[in-house]
Design a protein around this ligand. Structure first.
Ligand code: 5GP
Ligand code: ZN
Length: 116
């Protein structure tokens, strides 16, 4: 656990969150400022700052996260959804604990405009 990390504190239960899924490797909770009717954050239960730091030692967490996303999408009947990872400041990463946004429940645009 990183003492200065918001998502580490959420995983530890020190900061409350609306949990949607948990196993030994993954924690998922509702985003506090949703951008779609469904907006969840899936995080590894180990502190990895960002996608740049995924390596052979920790990449099994990524597989577990995508397994968890598939389980939640099945149990919540999410027909379509988008998985987003922002890595770095220009990409919009504001919390430096690796996380995957899962957004659903609306028709989503794609293309140049969707990158803002
Ligand atoms: P990023 O911008 O780093 O890709 O995504 C961080 C996300 O974390 C944002 O969508 C933001 O709304 C969400 N967030 C920030 N602080 C909190 C919090 O305290 N609780 C929850 N549930 N979400 C948060
Ligand atoms: Zn952390």
């Amino acid at each position: 656990m990183n003492q200065d990390c918001l998502f580490c504190k959420i995983i530890a239960g020190e900061i409350p969150s609306a949990k949607v899924y948990e196993d030994d490797f993954v924690y998922a909770f509702k985003d506090i400022e949703p951008i779609a009717p469904v907006h969840y954050l899936f995080v590894p239960k180990t502190h990895i700052c960002c996608a740049k730091k995924i390596n052979a030692e920790n990449s099994s967490y990524i597989a577990k996260i995508f397994e968890a996303i598939a389980k939640v999408s099945e149990s919540e009947n999410l027909e379509s959804y988008r998985v987003i990872n922002n890595c770095g400041e220009d990409a919009g990463q504001s919390v430096m604990h690796l996380h995957f946004h899962v957004v659903a429940g609306k028709k989503m645009g794609w293309g140049k405009q969707s990158l803002g």
